[in-house]
Design a protein around this ligand. Structure first.
Ligand code: GDP
Ligand code: MG
Length: 596
């Protein structure tokens, strides 16, 4: 298709404002998915996406559309809305010329509406403002059209009104996309250059790489080179998703599609890399993406030690479609061999863990998540701590922790509650603006460690669900942080070490020792459980001794019941971990490390 006839656009919105539903209507209207195959949120392919009702991966779909007698090809990229996946969104946006900014007409502008709008503006995209869900009785399209117009600097009449549910206004929106979004530009005669914006591992097809062609053309059967890794491959298949894969005779300027090569090593097809023609290579690679920085770390350990190899393979495969995931091997006295993994946030951690368990059949323990600390010793040595158990003892000069700039939007009646919450979390107010008479935008600087855990849940519950939140990294600050160790019979248990603010160390110690006392079964001797900062004990519990004799319970009972009990006890033993002389069931670790 000639570039003049191509339109590449993305749909961006706050979570639940209806991106995926609107995408469904577009798929139907353009005829790429027929009535029979249609199901809600068609592009959310992963089981996790369907169950949770959220989009995790971006999806690119090509749709034919005729406007005033001219046949166009529209490439739509559906994007996730959650803060943890901003990185996905920004990559998708870099492959587009336009963005449909969708706002729920019953909710108005929310924190991620702003965040996504700013991302689109950074990428110089043409923005089409749209109010969605106008079928809802509670919709106030006129009111929010005004807010939206004020925000992006257009007239309220320029905001389109649609319903992704009923399909109302969606045809007009497609027409607007053709008229307003610029056609892609590139040099068709230059050596081929295509940007890899996503790649996934597919059990049947192997590595599938998604690209946006900038210059030249790619053809099936030719040899391509990946510019950063300098590897060359034969293009076995090239095509477009519509939304099922459709092989084509080539991809030219402005086109979005997929490539299949015989790439075996999943790490070779890197997101952000440039694909070129091996016989006639481009001299310069395209500007890649900024690598996302992991914000939250956690140890992932297989419950069954023999799953260590499979866990590594599974991480390698996930990494391919999830560039933000980082990991390196580590070992723990309590948990054995595993990986220290870095994530963009807690939802990202949860999703990765769930995918490892479901798609790769692994049983995993994850340790309590933590952020990254920079420690400066008195002798000026610098230590980066991604695992609390590596927090240095000795003479520390200062500890720095990452902070974020958080933006919260809420009805003004909740200003007090939000301030209170932010205060508890060591936040500093940076500014406050009224978006309208009764809606306020509050900006805070907050330690990342205070926001990643249950901040969002707290915010929601204290504002009856009305507040929305977005945040971005904003450097670091010095803080009074200490490491709290947990000791069983005087032996530290590395998996339980945590870094907390000095003011919260005591309550953490009391909570954790109390939890463990309930979880660890009594032993033949007394077991003290202590929380300590360095050599100073700040909390203590004791598990008193018993003589364990399970058979005494069924005196005179039948023999098969006794045997069963003995077997069960033996089985339990297998899953015990020894910490010093203390036997701790694996379940106790799991329960103690679970976040509630
Ligand atoms: P996303 O998170 O932006 O992808 O949002 P979804 O498309 O998953 O929609 C979130 C919820 O809003 C779902 O329950 C949809 O059924 C509902 N929804 C989406 N669009 C409309 C609409 O136009 N009208 C109404 N009434 N509900 C809608
Ligand atoms: Mg969605």
């Amino acid at each position: 298709t000639a570039p003049e006839l191509i339109r590449n656009f993305s749909i961006i919105a706050h979570i639940d404002h209806g991106k995926s539903t609107l995408a469904d209507r577009m798929l139907q209207l353009t005829g790429v998915v027929d009535q029979r195959q249609m199901r809600a949120q068609y592009l959310d392919r992963m089981d996790i996406e369907r169950e949770r009702g959220i989009t995790i991966k971006s999806q690119a779909v090509r749709m034919p559309w005729e406007e005033e007698g001219v046949a166009y090809a529209l490439n739509m990229i559906d994007t996730p809305g959650h803060v943890d996946f901003t990185y996905e969104v920004s990559r998708s946006l870099a492959a587009c010329e336009g963005a449909v900014l969708l706002v729920d007409a019953a909710q108005g502008i929310e924190a991620q509406t702003l965040a996504n709008l700013y991302l689109a503006m950074e990428n110089d995209l043409t923005i089409i403002p749209v109010l969605n869900k106008i079928d809802l009785p509670a919709a106030q399209p006129e009111k929010y059209a005004e807010e939206l117009a004020k925000l992006i600097g257009c007239e309220p009449e320029d905001c389109l009104k649609v319903s992704g549910k009923t399909g109302m206004g969606v045809e007009a929106l497609l027409g607007e996309i053709v008229r307003k979004v610029p056609a892609p530009v590139g040099n068709p005669d230059a050596p081929a250059r295509a940007m890899i914006f996503d790649s996934v591992y597919d059990t049947y097809r192997g590595v599938v790489t998604y690209v946006r062609v900038v210059d030249g053309m790619l053809h099936p059967r030719e040899r391509i080179a990946l510019m950063s890794t300098k590897t060359t491959h034969e293009l076995l298949e090239i095509g477009v998703s519509s939304p099922e894969p459709v092989p084509t005779k080539g991809l030219g300027v402005g086109e979005v599609g997929y490539l299949i090569t015989g790439v075996k090593d999943v790490r070779q097809s890197k997101v952000g890399d440039t694909v070129t023609n091996n016989a006639k290579p481009a001299s310069e690679a395209l500007e890649g993406y900024r690598e996302p920085l992991p914000m939250v770390f956690s140890g992932l350990y297989p419950i069954d030690g023999s799953d260590y190899g499979p866990l590594r393979e599974a991480l390698d495969k996930l990494k391919l479609s999830d560039a933000a995931l980082v990991y390196e091997p580590e070992s723990s006295v309590a948990l054995g061999f595993g990986f220290r993994c870095g994530f963009l946030g807690l939802l990202h951690l949860e999703i990765v863990r769930e995918r490892l368990e479901r798609e790769f059949g692994l049983d995993l323990i994850s340790t309590a998540p933590n952020v990254v600390y920079e420690v400066t010793m008195e002798d000026r040595t610098q230590i980066t701590v991604t695992n609390p158990s590596e927090f240095p003892g000795g003479k520390i000069d200062e500890v720095r922790e990452p902070v974020v700039r958080a933006t919260m939007l809420a009805p003004s009646e909740f200003i007090g509650s939000i301030m209170e919450l932010c205060q508890e979390r060591r936040g500093a107010l940076r500014g406050m603006d009224y978006l309208s008479e009764d809606r306020v935008e509050m900006r805070y600087t907050l330690p990342l460690a205070e926001i990643v855990f249950d901040f969002f849940d707290q915010l929601k519950s204290r504002t009856r669900g009305y507040a929305s939140l977005d945040y971005e990294p904003d450097g670091d600050q010095v803080a009074k942080l200490v490491k709290v160790d947990i000791l069983l019979q005087g032996e530290p248990v590395d998996a339980f070490s945590t870094i907390v603010h000095a003011d919260k160390a005591y309550s953490y110690g009391v909570m954790m020792t109390g939890k463990l006392r309930k979880l660890i079964p009594r032993q033949q001797f007394e077991v003290p459980i202590q929380a300590a900062i360095g050599a100073r004990v700040i909390a203590r519990e004791t598990i008193s001794a018993i003589r364990k004799d399970v058979l005494a319970k069924c005196y005179g009972g039948d023999i098969s019941r006794k045997r069963k009990l003995l077997e069960r006890q033996k089985e339990g033993k297998k899953r015990m971990k020894m910490v010093g002389r203390v036997e701790v069931p694996q379940e106790a670790f799991i329960a103690a490390l679970s976040s509630d």
